[in-house]
Design a binder for this molecule. Structure first.
Ligand code: DOR
Ligand code: ZN
Length: 348
């Protein structure tokens, strides 16, 4: 029997980049329309590293939400060598802070704030382990001697395993996993380790980025991997494990910075995120796990209630718009101009 429509509890996006200024105003409504909450990445030009910055940023996000949308941003601190512990504890206890983010130093969008050696923040990790604050990990090791396609699997060996030996009860979200090694690692872990998976890493492998010309709108970090790894991510979802959940990693950059001789990493997927997930879950016969992946597994891991209200996915033609005007330039949505076979709508 072919499925024509699906109704699911309003989902959450556990990994978004909203940026700031006019980009923020442009992109927030694409997420707030369909998602109840989103975990907002802190890697701004001035990263989110204390409560004052987090509070002001949260307000700018809320101001950008359309008044009909029911949406709460969940704020994240970026960990640095000098993160102030009492800021973190206060932020969490006051309900402003949901999680902390660990980026590899020097390679994400804004490289100036980060952790140079994880041992330097062991005292912080020990406190966030005790408080149960989730640590969101960009699981790649950027070293000159490591091949770009092995950044994630090497990260597991050199950072993740020692980290978990030191802090076995630290709640960790292994963000945007892309490899069979990461999928296996999460499956073999306990209730303290979960992972987000993006739509692009489920739908495509690296051939898509290279065949017929280089495609900058498929360039993100972690990179798309080979079909073996794509399949391992799909298989991980098919186990029904409740520690995999939706995180688009929607990461808008203006067209001039994407279509460039040195282009930025990031896929801007929020305008069609749910349709993408529905497409890939149907294609690979995983629809029975769709609602849990989108709406239940994330809240369970973060100890939050499932959203009230519902979203409908309908099997009908959905042409992705070519571009969205922004900052005297454009944002190009993922799969711009292509035809999807699912559309999302809000049930009032
Ligand atoms: O593709 C990516 N884009 N990966 C990241 O880790 C950062 C993000 C961004 O901020 O643009
Ligand atoms: Zn990200």
């Amino acid at each position: 029997m072919t499925v024509k429509s699906i109704i699911i509890s309003r989902p959450d996006d556990w990994h978004v980049h909203f940026r700031d200024g006019d980009i923020l105003k442009t992109v927030v409504p694409f997420t707030s329309k369909f998602f109840g909450r989103a975990v907002v990445m802190p890697n701004l030009t001035q990263p989110v590293i204390n409560n004052r910055i987090a509070k002001l940023y949260r307000k700018r996000i809320i101001d950008a939400v359309n008044s009909e949308h029911q949406f709460s941003p969940l704020m994240v601190f970026q960990l640095t060598d000098n993160i102030i512990l009492h800021e973190l504890v206060c932020g969490f206890e006051n309900g402003l802070l949901t999680a902390c983010k660990l980026y590899p130093i020097n390679k994400v969008a804004n490289p100036y704030y980060g952790v140079t050696d994880i041992k330097k923040i062991y005292n912080v990790l020990s406190v966030i382990e005790d408080l149960g604050i989730p640590l969101l990990v960009h699981g790649e090791i950027y070293e000159k001697y490591v091949d770009v396609f092995d950044y994630e699997s090497e990260f597991i060996k050199y950072v993740m395993i020692p980290l978990r030996l030191q802090f076995p009860k630290l709640k960790i979200v292994f963000e945007h996993i892309t490899t069979k090694e990461a999928a296996r690692y999460v499956l073999d872990s306990d209730e303290f380790v979960a992972a987000t998976i993006t739509p692009q890493h489920l739908m495509f492998n690296r051939n898509k980025m290279f065949i017929g010309g280089i495609k900058p709108h498929f360039y993100c970090l972690p990179l798309l991997k080979s079909i073996v790894h794509q399949k391992a991510l799909l298989d991980a979802i098919k186990t029904g494990c409740d520690r995999f959940f939706l995180g688009t990693d929607t990461a808008p950059h203006l067209k001039i910075y994407k279509e460039s001789s040195c282009g930025c990493a990031g896929v801007f997927s929020s305008p069609i995120a749910l349709a993408l997930y529905a497409t890939v879950f149907e294609k690979f016969d995983m629809l029975k796990y769709f609602e849990a992946f989108c709406s239940f597994n994330g809240p369970k891991f973060y100890n939050l209630p499932v959203n009230k209200n519902f979203i409908m996915l309908t099997k009908k033609e959905n042409i992705v718009c070519d571009s969205i005007f922004c900052c005297n330039d454009k944002l190009i949505p993922f799969l711009a101009g292509e035809k999807l076979s699912w559309s999302a709508s809000v049930i009032k």
